[in-house]
Design a protein around this ligand. Structure first.
Ligand code: VTB
Ligand code: MG
Ligand code: MG
Length: 363
């Protein structure tokens, strides 16, 4: 008997969330992206974010599920929409779903009309997503070839605390190329000055981005994208969303909360005060003094097994085109939607508003 996966087999092995909600997830990120795209380049990032949050929330509420936002737009008192803990969906049916959203990832990119803004979200069964605070996480993201290499050479593993050169040597070997043929993506921030120097010293090529470290992370798992590693500190929500994609595509992310340390130039006293303030909130999320410095891998960030992910381009990016608006409220959108059975869809969707006024174009 052959055990080759076929489309039929994959449909059968998809979990209940993937089966019921994958196509609907696409519509949610599409709606958020289209709403944001009307604000592209208008210079108002908060308004662009606001309209995409509202569109995402409205469309999410059509879905028959008991949905809880685990990664969202701030906490209850800070954001009226899609806050952590908010219930979404009809709360009918049997599906209990945890949700991570970033309705407009790269608000600056959208407001400036520059490449890389997306609308993105992921879902998993209850308990399937890391529930963490919105503070920076230090990250490293690599593709599935590296995971395979590590399995064959257990003594050579990517390590968040290792010198950059050690990690890049592993990636280079896994991808069967030289270090100077690698591309490392990192946010251009003063906090990364030392790391950027360290990367350059290895001979690797660097792609400094102004915002949006999530899709480059996804791109490490897609050959031909031109991205091999993502490094540096960025949002924790972005880390969980990246992990959802890595879980589906077989890549790997390691991440750790960035908490105040003496190494960051703070006094012991300042650290104690800051931590005393933060701890009660962190503890509510299950983060304790004991586990707060843990390096979280893909499975700890996304323990779920029925995981779905969708991203829709707002402005053009490496993997996704931006939204095109035409006719009278017509839109064409490009998305990447995938589920843990192993199905990956790149879609090109056209929403026709005025059927008579809009002649459909083939390409
Ligand atoms: C990070 C990164 C995001 O914003 O959250 C960043 O993960 C914010 O970092 O992809 P700074 O506080 O240093 O600006 C993004 O780049 C865009 O949301
Ligand atoms: Mg956001
Ligand atoms: Mg973001």
């Amino acid at each position: 008997m052959s055990h080759k996966k076929t489309a039929e087999g994959m449909i059968k092995c998809a979990g209940p969330i993937e089966t019921a909600l994958l196509p609907r997830l696409l519509q949610v990120t599409e709606a958020a992206a289209i709403a944001a795209s009307y604000q592209m380049g208008r210079g108002d990032k908060n308004y662009a974010d606001h309209v995409s949050v509202e569109a995402m929330r409205r469309t999410l509420n059509y879905l028959d599920m008991k949905g809880i936002i685990k990664i969202g737009e701030g906490e209850r008192d800070e954001a009226p929409m899609l806050y952590i803990g908010e219930h979404v969906g009809t709360w009918e049916g049997h599906l209990e779903v945890d949700i991570a959203v970033d309705p407009l990832e790269g608000t600056n990119l959208a407001a400036n009309g520059t490449p890389g803004a997306i609308s993105v979200m992921a879902m998993a069964e209850r308990g399937g997503l890391f529930h963490g605070p919105d503070i920076y996480m230090d990250k490293i993201v690599v593709g599935p070839e590296v995971v395979k290499y590590e399995r064959k050479h257990p003594e050579e593993s990517i390590n968040l605390d290792a010198p950059v050169v050690d990690n890049l040597e592993i990636v280079a070997k896994a991808l069967n190329r030289n270090i100077d043929e690698l591309v490392v993506v990192i946010l251009e921030r003063t906090r990364h000055e030392a790391k950027i120097k360290e990367i350059r010293a290895t001979g690797a090529r660097v792609n400094l981005i102004t915002d949006g470290d999530l899709m480059p992370g996804v791109a490490t798992a897609i050959r031909g994208s031109g991205v091999h590693v993502v490094m540096g500190a960025g949002g924790s929500g972005e880390a969980v969303l990246t992990a959802a994609a890595m879980k589906i595509l077989g890549g790997k992310i390691l991440a750790r909360l960035v908490l105040p340390t003496v190494a960051n130039g703070k006094s012991e006293e300042a650290i104690a005060t800051e931590m005393a303030e933060k701890m009660p909130r962190l503890e509510k999320m299950g983060i304790t003094e004991k586990n707060m410095h843990d390096v979280l891998d893909t499975d700890r960030l996304v323990p779920g097994n029925d995981v779905i992910f969708s991203a829709t381009g707002v402005t053009p990016g490496t993997l996704l085109k931006g939204v095109s608006l035409f006719g009278e409220g017509d839109a064409r959108v490009n998305s990447l939607t995938m589920g843990s059975s192993g199905v990956v869809k790149f879609t090109d969707t056209i929403y026709i508003n005025d059927k008579e006024a809009t002649p459909l174009r083939f390409v």
